[in-house]
Design a protein around this ligand. Structure first.
Ligand SMILES: Cc1cc2nc3c(=O)[nH]c(=O)nc-3n(C[C@H](O)[C@H](O)[C@H](O)COP(=O)(O)OP(=O)(O)OC[C@H]3O[C@@H](n4cnc5c(N)ncnc54)[C@H](O)[C@@H]3O)c2cc1C
Length: 379
């Protein structure tokens, strides 16, 4: 039995940040990741929007949390954040949950810049009720993944175990004791123990909670697609249409290409169960089960792309001179708190589900809220 101070489960940005934060404070940390590499799921497959608040006119709490951490995230990841593109937010003339007056009051309340534009050659004002010049940045998920991988490799206080799952979790003398197995062949890899466990597995949150005998969160899970496109006329620019079943096109970090999403078409299949159950999972495939979901982009049973529909929807907001070329798509599971249906909020929720020994369930919201973990782990 190898002894650690902390066991962090999940090697996305939230697990990696928590592991580094604890290790830099002198803690001995085991970081357990199911896949062969870190950063393969939601921390790679996302819109890369460094939220400034604009996106959540119905959730001041999420908007304020994004804005609170934005400066620090930008400063600490400045080599991987694209800060010099033009970003527009717009309100669709039809079916929006917000209107110009509400949006402007919301921006004023949060003190985030928004300048109304009455004309612009790239946009179609027949479909846009209002267009705003805003300030929003985009982080680069690939570069950030490389940065955290390198930091973790160098950090002597972290023992990283890839391609590893927890087979059994028991308690003894105020410690968690875990049996770790190989994902594919189920062979026993090691036994570890620690007084504190942090579950940062996002789509697998409830699977881990159940394994540790703890309650599930009320979640929904969606197989989601992010398309990637280019455009000569709309290079290095971003547009997000608010607030409802609309969409976004914006730079994917510093990659030079644009990400594409649409509320109506990004999400393919939905699971309302505690664990992400999808009809594409096959009993015979141990690398993707409701208990331990896999990497959707690499899966031959992933849904057919909706990029054509997403692009057709977004196309309506642009003038005829703007053209887009589709490149490829990434897929992953997006998990959301069921309560977020009301206000579309994405808070990061950290719950202490067991005190002796300690078990923190860290359910991630926006990427720039990684620092929330410090609030609870500092004591
Ligand atoms: C389509 C989409 C668009 C998004 N857009 C944005 C955006 O523009 N801006 C923004 O800030 N946020 C965005 N988000 C949210 C953001 O991406 C996530 O909140 C964040 O990446 C979650 O990070 P994480 O580390 O918790 O999860 P992940 O990156 O998913 O990492 C969890 C890790 O746990 C591992 N794991 C799972 N089960 C086990 C197990 N049993 N044992 C060991 N390891 C396990 C997984 O393999 C994975 O590596 C988006 C999310 C999606 C899906």
């Amino acid at each position: 039995m190898q002894q650690f101070d902390y066991i962090v489960i999940g090697g996305g940005i939230f697990g990696c940040y928590a592991a580094l934060f604890l290790a830099e404070k002198g803690g001995k940390v085991a970081l357990i990741e199911k896949e062969n590499h870190l950063f393969q799921k939601a921390s790679l497959v996302n819109q890369a929007r460094l939220h400034s608040g604009y996106h959540y006119p119905r959730s001041v709490a999420t908007a304020a949390m994004s804005d609170e951490h934005k400066e620090r995230f930008t400063l600490e990841h400045k080599a991987f954040v694209h800060t010099s593109f033009e970003k527009f937010y717009a309100i669709d003339r039809f079916g929006s949950f917000t209107d110009p007056q509400q949006f402007e009051r919301f921006c004023a309340y949060l003190n985030i810049p928004c300048k109304k534009l009455d004309e612009h050659p790239l946009f179609n004002f027949d479909r846009l009720e209002a267009l705003y010049q805003t300030v929003e940045h985009s982080f680069d998920p690939v570069l950030i993944g490389n940065y955290y991988r390198e930091k973790i490799e160098k950090e002597r206080n972290i023992q990283l175990q890839l391609h590893t799952k927890i087979e059994r979790a028991t308690t003894a003398a105020n410690q968690w004791e875990l049996e770790l197995i190989d994902v594919l062949d189920g062979a026993l890899k090691s036994q570890i123990s620690a007084p504190v466990v942090i579950n940062a597995t996002y789509a697998a949150t409830n699977s881990l909670n159940q394994l540790f005998g703890l309650p599930s969160l009320a979640l929904t899970h969606e197989i989601s697609e992010i398309g990637f496109i280019t455009s000569k006329a709309f290079a290095n620019k971003g547009l997000t249409v608010m607030d409802g079943p609309f969409g976004s096109i914006m730079p994917y970090g510093l990659s030079g290409i644009l990400s594409l999403s649409s509320v109506a078409y990004t999400h393919h299949k939905i699971s309302y169960e505690a664990l992400p159950h999808f009809d594409c999972q096959q009993i015979s495939d141990p690398t993707c089960t409701p208990q331990a979901p896999g990497i959707c982009t690499n899966c031959e049973r992933r849904p057919d792309s909706n990029a054509g529909k997403m692009l057709a929807q977004m196309r309506q907001y642009f003038s005829e001179k703007v053209e887009f070329d589709y490149l490829f798509s990434y897929f992953t599971i997006k998990s959301k708190l069921q309560s977020s249906h009301i206000d579309d909020g994405r808070p990061t929720e950290i719950s202490l589900l067991s005190t002796h020994p300690k078990y923190y369930c860290l359910f991630a919201g926006k990427i720039n809220s990684i620092y929330e973990v410090e609030k609870i782990l500092e004591d």
